[in-house]
Design a protein around this ligand. Structure first.
Ligand code: KIV
Ligand code: ZN
Length: 526
């Protein structure tokens, strides 16, 4: 079996999904879960893109010991220096350096000739090697680059010290045959290719990301890149869980395997979905709610007689256990601690004491507390970035004859309280009108989603909102026994996140390699 290295980029390419903005605590929580999943490399961010990205990459690098942590960098010295500052505390810091190589990107985005791109790539790899022992070089839009030019660039950057060569299909344009052929060509034609490993990075614009990744493996790729649930820029990246399951279930065909602990996949998928607000389609392969549901009578009959008639993946393989309802209001602190440890969360005494109180409050209102409740409650109570925050103190809503009125009391970031009321044609509108008036920000509500966390009438409600303020978009999450409480908390969370966002995220698309658009980052570091 060939070993395939897993380069996980949920926190970088995944976070480039429209409307996703994770705070530092959430990124740390995802990184820790990726460590449990046993990925080889975690791409924690793009440190020079914003102060927030720098800080979260640095925090992940410090916290993770079981995987190498990397960060993205354009091919210039400033980005490399900033990335080194963010990553140097990591267990095995490595750099992910990129420059676009395709004719379209050279002509319109970079306004550079082939010779200039080549020179810049080599210069940056040499510079990066003075700091990082492992440098991965990516030829952005390799999928639409002339093969001869790819060969020239790769030969030169390998000589300059790159240890991993990534061949991204940046715009998700290629077919599996075409993508596989590029790997074959590079393996056969690049004279020093035996000094490096080759990596596949696929986008899903035509729905081919997983197939293309597998084609790359069949043609010599040693490393695959992707995200949990396939989230990412535009249509997303290759879904790690799908690639990994293909390798496991069709071992006979691919003759390759990852080191992933597959029984962590369901938990990882749910965590990423819950923190990003990106809902998993029920029919999604491997982790969708219906992935193991047999509806037709003929299928049910077959599965009862022999599971493998219609089921090629066992739910246990991906960690899908029945969500046993284990805790209730008589459960003690020890039982809670044990259950959280089983779920992968290690709480110290202080955290346990405060979490136990929250658990008791919930158990008083809800008969049975499920694993999903516990995890959501923990995220709600510990993952919120509590600096600089508005907080809900009080909410009253009345509704009569199509006029709703909300009265709200908020604690402001400077510790004072505000109270106000407003009307709306429905309860949620009245709440959002009141909050908007109180915080003095004109907030555009781009999306609103509500779901019940578990089955049963006493289920907690989880609300996601996507909000926009002066060109910045962000998401907010709220959890409560009551749908209006959850809606209020989600809107306030969205506002708090918008306030914490230092810069818009659309930095990478707008820049050109020669401009000074990272200067704000460096200014902040002076
Ligand atoms: O899709 C892409 O080309 C990328 C690069 C930065 C590797 O994400
Ligand atoms: Zn990408």
């Amino acid at each position: 079996m060939r070993k395939i290295t897993v380069f996980e980029t949920t926190l970088r390419d995944g976070e480039q999904s429209a409307g996703v903005n994770l705070n530092l605590q959430e990124k740390l929580e995802i990184a820790k879960q990726l460590e449990r999943l046993n990925v080889d490399i975690i791409e924690a961010g793009f440190p020079a893109a914003s102060i927030g990205d720098f800080e979260s990459t640095q925090a992940v690098a410090k916290a993770i010991r079981g995987a190498s942590v990397t960060g993205l960098s354009r091919s210039n010295q400033r980005d490399i220096d900033v990335a080194w500052d963010a990553l140097k505390g990591g267990a095995e810091p490595r750099l992910h350096l990129f420059i676009a190589t395709s004719p379209i990107h050279r002509q319109y985005k970079l306004k550079m000739t082939k010779e200039q791109v080549l020179e810049k790539a080599v210069e940056s790899v040499k510079y990066a090697k003075q700091r990082f022992s492992v440098v991965q070089f990516s030829a952005e839009d390799a999928g639409r680059t002339e093969l001869e030019f790819l060969k020239e660039v790769f030969t030169a950057v390998i000589d300059a010290g790159a240890s991993v060569i990534n061949i991204p299909d940046t715009v998700g344009y290629l077919s599996p045959e075409e993508y596989g052929a590029i790997f074959r060509y590079i393996k056969n034609e690049v004279p020093n290719v035996d000094r490096v490993s080759l990596s596949a990075h696929c986008h899903d614009d035509l729905g081919m990301a997983v197939s293309n990744t597998l084609a790359a493996i069949m043609n010599g790729a040693d490393q695959i890149e992707g995200t949990i649930n396939g989230i990412g820029e535009r249509a997303g990246n290759a879904a790690i869980e799908e690639v990994a399951l293909n390798l496991r279930i069709r071992q006979d065909y691919y003759q390759a395997e990852t080191r992933l602990h597959l029984d962590q996949l369901t938990r990882t998928s749910r965590l990423v979905s819950s923190l990003t607000g990106m809902v998993i389609p029920p029919n999604k392969a491997v982790v969708g709610a219906n992935a193991f549901a047999h509806e037709s009578g003929i299928h049910q009959d077959g599965v009862l007689k022999e599971r493998t008639t219609y089921e090629i993946i066992s739910p246990q393989l991906v960690g899908l256990e029945s969500n046993s309802l284990v805790l209730g209001k008589h459960s003690g602190r020890h039982a809670l601690k044990e259950r959280m440890e089983f779920l992968g969360y290690h709480l110290d005494e202080e955290q346990l004491a405060s979490f136990f109180q929250k658990f008791k409050d919930l158990a008083d209102r809800k008969k049975q507390v499920s694993d999903d409740d516990l995890v959501a409650l923990l995220h709600e109570s510990t993952l919120k970035d509590d600096s600089n925050h508005y907080r809900l103190e009080y909410l009253h809503v009345s509704y009569m004859n199509a006029v709703a009125t909300a009265t709200i009391k908020l604690q402001t970031p400077n510790g004072t309280s505000l109270e106000d009321a407003a009307v709306g044609s429905g309860s949620v509108e009245a709440i959002y009108n009141t909050i908007e008036k109180m915080v003095g920000m004109k907030i555009n509500l781009l999306d609103y989603k509500i779901k019940s966390l578990t089955k049963g009438r006493d289920s907690l409600a989880e609300v996601y909102v996507k909000v926009e303020y002066e060109g910045m978009t962000g998401t907010g999450r709220g959890l409560d026994n009551d749908v209006l409480g959850a809606s209020t908390k989600a809107f306030i969370d969205g506002i708090n996140r918008l306030r914490n966002m230092s810069k818009p995220k659309q930095f990478m698309e707008e820049e050109n390699e020669e401009n000074e658009s990272t200067s704000f980052v460096l200014e902040a570091f002076k």
